[in-house]
Design a protein around this ligand. Structure first.
Ligand code: ATR
Length: 290
């Protein structure tokens, strides 16, 4: 027979992800998994919105009663501009990836990337408190992660292929009352490694289809307590993480950050904080393998 339809009614809580393109987004998979897992009357849909149509779409979704949305490429800057209230996370990271349509009619903007990163590291049983991190890259992810690390008292050393971008990021972070930011030349990153407790790759090095070549850092001289994190999650086991594991270092891969940044949005729209289990990870893993 015909299967029973999924019930979507007037009380169904709606959220989604605005992007262009958005078909590749794994967010619908995660959110609809948690909605089903917790028996929540809700739905999360991909929302393909062309560049230039972002604000029209957001106002429309708000008027149509959506709880909020995620925002991805190319709309993160537009999201930063149109929100009525910027959460501290968004202000510090200079971007917005999560919108909440508040009950007073205001649009609130959050950035869950940095907090998602920290939550994932903590979920690996690693304390994020004090110490020093060597952060590779100077893009949007680097800024969000640096801001969240600095908030927890972790000093940050930035290294980026294009030094001007690292300097610019350092300036932005320091403006926000974070003096514990240093910049090291890309070619000198190995010299600071022994002073660091954590190494975080936010560049596209190691990404499937990304730049070719070996990772430009030899981990042989690393302190055995160094924690190595990669935000790249395709492949999950990046060359950097493989090298780190070969040296007996603790590793944190990027998939958990993806899950935890989604979790933080889910809490805001659907009022439940999903427990992150192996099921959602396996689901994503299978999906990423195609
Ligand atoms: P995000 O996705 O975090 O917003 P982005 O702005 O696209 O990132 O930046 C990607 C990062 O990967 C940058 O730090 C970039 O370095 P540059 O600022 O010098 O461009 C880095 N990156 C990309 N390809 C690289 C390569 N072949 N070697 C070193 N770094 C590279």
């Amino acid at each position: 027979g015909v299967p029973a339809p999924r019930r979507i009614g007037g009380a169904t809580a709606l959220a989604g992800v605005i992007g262009w393109p958005v078909a590749h987004s794994r967010s619908p998979l995660m959110h609809n998994f948690w909605l089903a897992q917790y028996g929540i009357d809700g739905a999360y849909v991909p929302l393909p919105v062309r560049p230039g149509a972002f604000e029209t779409a957001v106002r429309g979704l708000q008027a149509a009663g959506f709880r909020g949305t995620n925002v991805t490429i190319p709309h993160k800057e537009a999201a930063f501009r149109i929100v009525d209230r910027l959460d501290r996370s968004a202000r510090r990271s200079g971007s917005v990836n999560t919108l909440v349509f508040a009950s007073d009619g205001m649009i609130e903007g959050f950035s869950t990337d940095g907090e998602g990163f920290v939550a994932n590291v903590q979920a690996h049983g690693i304390a994020v408190k004090d110490g020093r991190a060597l952060l590779l890259g100077a893009g949007g992810a680097a800024r969000a992660i640096a801001a969240s690390l600095l908030d927890r008292g972790v000093a940050v050393v930035l290294a980026n292929r294009t030094p001007a971008r690292a300097e610019e990021l350092a300036r932005a972070l320091r403006e926000d009352a974070a003096p514990a930011v240093e910049v090291v030349a890309w070619d000198d990153m190995a010299t600071v490694l022994s002073r660091c407790d954590m190494l975080v790759n936010t560049t596209s090095l190691g990404m499937e289809g990304g730049p070719p070549g070996d990772f430009p850092l030899d981990l042989a001289a690393a302190d055995p307590a160094l924690v190595v994190c990669d935000i790249v999650y395709v492949p999950r086991q990046t060359p950097l993480l493989r090298d780190a594991a070969a040296h007996g270092l603790r590793c944190v891969d990027g998939l958990g950050m993806l899950i935890h940044q989604a979790r933080l949005g889910f809490c805001k729209w659907f009022g439940t904080d999903p427990v992150i289990g192996p099921e959602v990870e396996a689901l994503l893993d299978a999906d990423l393998r195609g």
